[in-house]
Design a binder for this molecule. Structure first.
Ligand SMILES: C[S@@+](CC[C@H](N)C(=O)[O-])C[C@H]1O[C@@H](n2cnc3c(N)ncnc32)[C@H](O)[C@@H]1O
Ligand SMILES: *[C@@H]1O[C@H](CO)[C@@H](O)[C@H](O)[C@H]1NC(C)=O
Length: 230
């Protein structure tokens, strides 16, 4: 048993660093044209708030570099091993880290039994999540509607996603797009800046987006009242 868990731990750390190296270091800069270190980390740090919710945490790279702004952190991912890896890696904020296995495409991501303090955040991040979600933009972009109930009135939702439409892809990007979409790792041929803007604007009054390379950075605040009773 001991050997097995040591093996699993090595494997976990190996995949962790391989992911960071390949996705965040190589692909981000050379395929997507948006440097993790120069663009995404400063972007994350400038929007993260005291109570933060990270959806699709992966290896926890961004919250691990967020500095000491965060006082309470909640992590959501479909994959429980991402949650355990990420929460071990991210320095504990003052009020601790909570993790939940949940689907961002489900309207109630967090358990309804949680105390109100765990259901309201100053900031919510969706980093490199949307391009991996399945379905046409009209379906998968419901993540914004699903995240909104957990945002404080003055809170901010932000993130980055690789666009598949109406942006320039270099040869490396085209190759990765093709392979990843083919394997189902990405589903983003239909994702354009306009689609993402439209989805954000139907949920938030204030929306700012910027395209760097083929990555869309978005920041949205002032959640609109939802007409539907929930
Ligand atoms: C490409 S990784 C990005 C990780 C991290 N945010 C980053 O930027 O490095 C996408 C993450 O989202 C998670 N994920 C995919 N679909 C999800 C869903 N429907 N709900 C919640 N998490 C999801 C995956 O398990 C994975 O950890
Ligand atoms: C941290 O915990 C303290 C004590 O429970 C609470 O008063 C404070 O509001 C919490 N801070 C955040 C950012 O949740």
């Amino acid at each position: 048993m001991a050997n097995l868990s040591t093996g699993t731990a090595y494997y976990a750390w190996f995949t962790l660093y391989l992911y960071d190296f390949w996705v965040l270091c190589i692909s981000s800069s050379f395929a997507w044209g948006c440097s993790t270190w120069n663009i995404l980390v400063p972007f994350f740090k400038s929007h993260v708030g005291r109570r933060h919710l990270d959806v699709g945490v992966g290896t926890g790279y961004f919250p691990a570099r967020a500095g000491d702004t965060m006082e309470a952190l909640t992590l959501v991912d479909l994959n429980p091993s991402c949650l355990s890896m990420a929460s071990r890696r991210i320095p504990q904020p003052k009020n601790g880290t909570k993790t939940f296995v949940a689907d961002a495409l489900e309207p109630r991501m967090l358990p309804s039994s949680l105390p109100p303090s765990l259901k309201s955040y100053d900031s919510i991040s969706l980093m490199y999540l949307i391009h991996t979600l399945p379905g046409p933009p009209g379906y998968k972009l419901q993540v914004f509607r699903n995240a909104k109930p957990y945002l404080k009135e003055k809170g901010v939702v932000f993130g980055a996603t690789v666009l598949g439409k109406d942006v320039y892809h270099n040869l490396f990007a085209m190759l990765l797009m093709w392979v990843y979409n083919r394997l189902g790792i990405f589903d983003n041929f239909g994702d354009s800046k306009e689609e993402v803007m439209k989805a954000l604007k139907s949920e938030f009054e204030e929306v700012r987006v910027e395209v760097i390379g083929c990555v869309l950075l978005f920041v949205a605040s002032q959640p609109r009242e939802t007409s539907k009773q929930e």
